[in-house]
Design a protein. Structure first.
Length: 304
């Protein structure tokens, strides 16, 4: 049994390393332009033997993980897109997500097997290995989902902080007489951050043939931010109904600034409550000791 577990661990390690190398490799030029020129995602040109082996490993891992009901769901893919780890191709994103999840599950399986083997060597029942393996796999899958959710929430919070400044810059550019596409390109080029990166992707989509409305809606779907979604919906509706964009953008920027101010007030209220903890448990006892120590020392001197 010990030899079988060690062999299984080695085989899983080789598959995990090979799949991870394929998943973390930089996409080639052909892979980046294939979705734009209509080449199917499964077609590849000039593959080396190493890339073929990595592709077989990735395909094997994907086929195995398709039998798991909690792996590769659409909701998880949306979280990965919101976390900024999407490549733009759904099949490629699904494969990369499954390989990454397989890495976490494999690590949990190995950790559970080692922990179960340690318990068996200490005198526990051999069934402990099976139990710890199942627990390791489940905990690893849940931890991976929590990790991706944390990255998505962190990125959305960063975009919400940058959104009021970006909205005001867009309002200034459109008011100065620029077209929406020129304003988006100017703001994306002169700013930095996560939201600026999404604006650059939106500008590239428009220049590659997508309409402005569809590119804005795709950006709102990728970001997962309610502020960005509300802003893009207002901009698209204004263009469809012929409303002056300058007034709409100024109103959107003002609303975003007011919402950010309200968020800062709420955050300050939460921090005020949190600051009571060091004041009550650290500062106040120190002040009381400093105030009472001279009196207690004086009483000890006066009273023999």
């Amino acid at each position: 049994m010990i030899g079988a577990l060690l062999g299984l661990s080695c085989a899983l390690g080789v598959l995990i390393v090979g799949g991870r190398v394929k998943a973390t490799a930089q996409p080639t030029l052909m892979a980046r332009i294939a979705p734009r020129i209509g080449v199917p995602s499964g077609v590849s040109i000039g593959e080396s033997p190493l890339s073929s082996i990595s592709g077989l490993v990735s395909g094997a891992g994907t086929s195995i993980l398709r039998f798991l009901p909690f792996v590769g769901t659409r909701k998880s893919l949306e979280k990965i897109a919101q976390a900024g780890r999407s490549t733009g191709d759904d099949s490629s994103d699904l494969t990369r997500f499954r390989i990454e999840q397989m890495t976490w599950i494999g690590a949990g399986l190995i950790a559970g097997a080692l922990f179960g083997l340690w318990n068996v060597l200490r005198g526990s029942s051999p069934a402990a290995i099976l139990i710890t393996i199942v627990l390791g796999v489940v905990i690893a899958a849940l931890m991976h989902d929590k990790y991706v959710s944390y990255l998505a929430r962190k990125r959305v919070a960063s975009m919400d902080q940058q959104f009021p400044d970006i909205a005001e810059l867009l309002a200034f550019s459109v008011t100065a007489g620029e077209t929406p596409l020129a304003a988006l390109a100017r703001v994306a080029g002169m700013s930095s951050g996560v939201l600026s990166f999404e604006l650059n992707i939106c500008v590239r989509d428009i220049r590659s043939g997508d309409s402005l409305a569809s590119a804005l809606r795709a950006m709102a779907l990728r970001t997962g931010s309610r502020n960005v979604e509300r802003f893009t919906d207002g901009l698209v509706i204004a263009m469809e109904r012929g409303t002056p964009l300058s007034e709409v953008l100024r109103a959107q920027a003002s609303d975003a600034r007011n919402q950010q101010r309200q968020h800062l007030i709420e955050l300050a209220g939460k921090k005020d409550v949190a600051m009571l903890v060091p004041v009550v448990f650290f500062v106040l006892p120190t002040v009381i000791v400093i105030a009472l120590f001279p009196a207690m020392r004086g009483l000890q001197v006066l009273v023999p």
